[in-house]
Design a protein around this ligand. Structure first.
Ligand SMILES: C[S@@+](CC[C@H](N)C(=O)[O-])C[C@H]1O[C@@H](n2cnc3c(N)ncnc32)[C@H](O)[C@@H]1O
Length: 198
């Protein structure tokens, strides 16, 4: 299996990758432009970004994967309390399927090479992001995209380290969205990372 960076329409200039998508709503719109119809979000919480994906990608079948028990992220109590909120938020989407369980265990239930994309936003530790990438990349079809949230430096995050290490093993660069500081939604400001599977 070979993973390659998606170079987009803008490409590179002076050897420096241009960040050509402003935020993760634009990433969802990009998925729609690519004709994606089946994907997964790993780490759903209350379902906010699942709804962004479902609202921006016509006829999307979305697997919404979360344990809703983890102590990571905003804390166990908030993650547990988020489950009924996610169920309510996603209930109006006929093509959203909630899969409650640990990310890597749920991945074992999914047939390889069947998803157009996966968006990873669960436990942000280095070990967990690495495990999530390794578990979910095989589920994505060739030509599909593996993406995730929070590609920035923070003492409690291991996202950059895990993503870069994975990319380095396959001799790749990492494509990202921009920082969108003006965005009114606090979780839509942060950069996202993505690759195309070929
Ligand atoms: C940052 S929140 C997700 C936010 C959501 N992607 C959004 O933008 O609206 C992280 C979520 O990951 C879940 N999570 C953490 N570790 C997990 C694991 N190992 N398996 C499944 N879900 C996990 C937590 O329960 C929490 O709801």
């Amino acid at each position: 299996m070979l993973i390659k960076v998606w170079n987009g329409e803008v490409g590179t200039s002076n050897g420096i990758d241009k960040m050509n998508l402003k935020n993760r709503t634009e990433l969802a719109k990009h998925f729609a432009e690519l004709g994606f119809r089946k994907g997964a979000e790993v780490g759903v919480f209350q379902g906010y970004y699942s709804m962004v994906l479902l609202d921006n990608i016509p006829n999307l079948n979305l697997l919404c994967v979360d344990s809703w028990t983890s102590a990571t992220g905003w804390g166990q109590r908030r993650n547990v309390a988020a489950y009924p909120v996610a169920k309510k938020n996603l209930s109006r989407y006929y093509h959203a399927t909630i899969l409650k369980g640990d990310s890597t265990n749920v991945a074992k239930l999914i047939t390889d090479d069947t998803l157009d994309f996966v968006y990873i936003d669960a436990d942000h530790s280095y070990e967990a992001v690495k495990a999530d990438i390794n578990a979910w990349v095989p589920k994505v079809k060739n030509g599909g995209i593996i993406a995730g949230h929070d590609y920035f430096t923070h003492r409690t995050l291991g996202v950059i380290e895990a993503v870069d290490e994975f990319a380095k093993e396959l001799n790749l660069d990492v494509k990202t969205t921009e920082w969108d500081h003006e965005n009114s939604v606090s979780d839509d400001k942060q950069p996202n990372w993505y690759f195309t599977k070929i």
